[in-house]
Design a protein around this ligand. Structure first.
Ligand SMILES: Cc1ncc(COP(=O)(O)O)c(C=O)c1O
Length: 404
């Protein structure tokens, strides 16, 4: 019998919803794309978007930015990180995270990952103590959330602050608290592959008036921050308006107009993602040798991507498995490759950061297979993908057993 082949692209999103397109057209017809291009007494799309996202997130303040990466840079700088400071972050994350730390002149210090793909709290404790670093940029990488009570207690014990990178956890929760509401500030991305899509875009949320006043000026608000709807009091800006440089990282009204209707669909899309995730999980959870990261009961995740771990195969075996899946239309990403490919790169390829040895993370990365779950895939598609991975994994596993 010929083998089933999956034939949809892994990179295609659903279209932008029709009402979002209508709103975008209105902005285009007005010609007023710049967020501060408003008439007296009027607030722009971007200001309204910030107000709506702050309400969804349950945060006091919100600032929209040009990207998730710029939101992180602004958050770091507004939180007081200075050039030369060490900033702790996950070794398992994507390049914009250490990139943001480096962009403010700070030094990324990587913390080991564990098999659940979250930050290793023992290594975090050790590095808080050994480096004296006072900032953690916590990346909820691929939507996996670490035990937040324990993590926050550790930070408190060391007097360290936290900025959350929620690029993969918009809408997710830990023990009923939204991801992003555990630290001083949180950063989100609205880039195409994330939970809402404006091509590029970011958000910064916080309850801290001083940080947010600084962030507004850093984002490039000039002296126009009065036109923001999710900002601290005007008085909070008194010093920041003179102290902070303008780093031109604003969001524009066109993107905000596209995002506002999408936020209304987010919770229902999370259910759709989780349904697909759970179908994949069911297809793979009984396959001997294949490990699916544990999703703790406190975690309300958004299954917009799926990861599993292969055994300690060598690099060639991993590549052969990837090639066999690809041959059947299933495009997996492998975090173990020493050579950066596409969006995927390993911490030891970021040569601007100091060389650090993280043996545990290397072992984890070499085992991680990863795929995004675009909502353009149906539940049946996910069943078929799960079946193909299960077949190819079992074949490879039996090859490995016979050759050993
Ligand atoms: C984990 C993580 N954090 C942050 C970002 C930054 O987002 P952006 O692309 O909007 O700068 C990304 C983007 O892919 C990401 O994957």
């Amino acid at each position: 019998m010929p083998q089933a082949v999956f034939n949809k692209p892994f990179t295609q999103q659903e279209p932008i919803p029709a009402d979002a397109i209508d709103e975008a057209v209105k902005v285009l017809q007005s010609g007023r794309l710049h967020r501060y291009n408003t008439l007296p007494g009027e607030f722009g799309e971007t200001a309204e978007w910030e107000r709506e996202y702050a309400a969804y997130q349950g945060s006091k303040f919100c600032l929209a930015t040009a990207s998730g990466g710029t939101a992180m840079q602004i958050a770091l700088r507004a939180s007081g990180v200075q050039a030369g400071d060490q900033v702790l972050t996950n070794a398992f994350t994507l390049a914009p995270v250490p990139g943001a730390i480096s962009a403010v002149g700070a030094e990324p210090v990587f913390v080991e990952a564990n098999d659940n793909l979250t930050i290793d709290l023992d290594d975090l404790a050790a590095k808080l103590a050994s480096t004296g670093a006072k900032t953690l940029m916590l990346s909820h990488m691929r939507g996996h959330i670490a035990p937040m009570e324990k993590l926050c207690a550790l930070l408190e014990q060391h007097g360290a602050q936290m900025i959350e990178d929620c690029a993969h956890t918009m809408g997710a929760k830990w023990n009923g608290t939204k991801s992003g509401n555990f630290g001083l500030a949180a950063c989100f991305s609205t880039q195409t592959y994330k939970h809402i899509n404006s091509g590029e875009g970011g958000l910064l949320t916080s309850d801290d008036p001083d940080l947010m006043a600084k962030a507004s000026i850093l984002s490039g608000s000039y002296m126009l921050y009065e036109k923001h709807l999710a900002r601290p009091d005007m008085d909070a800006h008194a010093e920041a308006r003179l102290d902070m440089p303008n780093c031109s990282s604003r969001m524009d009204n066109l993107r905000a107009a596209i995002l506002r209707p999408q936020l209304k669909l987010l919770d229902q899309n999370i259910e759709r993602w989780n349904h697909r995730y759970q179908v994949m999980e069911q297809s793979l959870q009984t396959i001997p040798g294949l490990t699916i990261p544990v999703r703790p009961q406190q975690e309300f995740y958004v299954g917009s991507s799926f990861q599993f771990l292969v055994p300690n195969w060598d690099d060639d075996a991993c590549r052969q498995f990837l090639a066999a899946c690809l041959e059947r239309g299933v495009e997996l990403k492998w975090f173990g490759d020493a050579n950066p490919v596409g969006f995927t790169s390993r911490f030891d390829s970021w040569r601007y950061a100091q060389n650090q040895s993280l043996d545990q993370t290397i072992l984890v990365l070499k085992r991680i297979m990863d795929m995004r779950i675009p909502l353009s895939f149906s539940v049946e598609d996910c069943q078929q993908i799960g079946q193909i991975i299960a077949d190819e994994f079992s074949k490879k596993q039996s090859d490995m057993n016979t050759s050993s």
